[in-house]
Design a binder for this molecule. Sequence first.
Ligand code: HSE
Length: 294
Amino acid sequence: MSSFMIRVPASSANIGPGFDSMGLAVDLYLTLEVTEQTTWEFISPSAGDVPFEENFIYTTAKQTAERHGKTLRPALVEETTSIPLARGLGSSAAAIVAGIELANQLGDLGLSQEEKLAYATEIEGHPDNVAPALLGGLIISTYKDEEIDWLKIDQLGLELIALIPAVELKTKAARDVLPEQFSIADAALGSGIGNVTVAALISGDYELAGKMMEKDIFHEPYRKSLIPNYDLIQQTTKEHGAFGTVISGAGPTMMSFVPQDRSSKVITALKEVLPDYRLERMKMDTVGLIVESK
Ligand code: HSE
């Protein structure tokens, strides 16, 4: 019987115009300490009195094993997390990736990274959070006909500040405000903005990348009224030198992209106007999922 640890990072999806197709891993983590034993036991901060059979990580693991005709060996699973729930920082994507890896370990599935990514994307519906949670870095991806194409950027010469409000926002509510369709002219404009954002990030032109992020037309204009202090945050961060500040995933967290060595100044200014926010300097996680045996 073995003991091991699974660790999965948080992620910030969309980055403006990369709706459902771009996201970066950040250094908050969901961790599972797993000790094989003869019965199942889940200790989880979010579980309350929920029996282990209804635990999301457990059900994800069980379904993943079943697709391979395997059963899971029972274990004591102790979950800890620093990823806030329903804040737009990929807590559910991290749980999905952790569940798939739990199945991989306890069912001896021998999954490749591509298989894990395919399963996780199928469950989440889009790869923008699950891909960086699994692979680390900034991942640009697309999902069509059950095929995922992706590219990883693992160096960013800028700093990240997460502005996390005390309130939650469910992804479904934030998706319900989006239009069903865009005209060809808007689709061309929106993807043009996305294309320039990605090109600017890859070339290290962060000034241009930040400007483009804030021009998104796919989701930010529809969601801004759901995000507390949206205009105040963009204005204050801009005044103090940020390149660009956008909704993290479906919100309500916002993520600011700021020049190197600038984040403490921006955070000091933000503390004045947003005293109730959790303001955190974050680093990109370039590794993604890790498993360590003990
Ligand atoms: N791209 C997704 C959204 C991320 O913005 O709705 C949250 O699942």
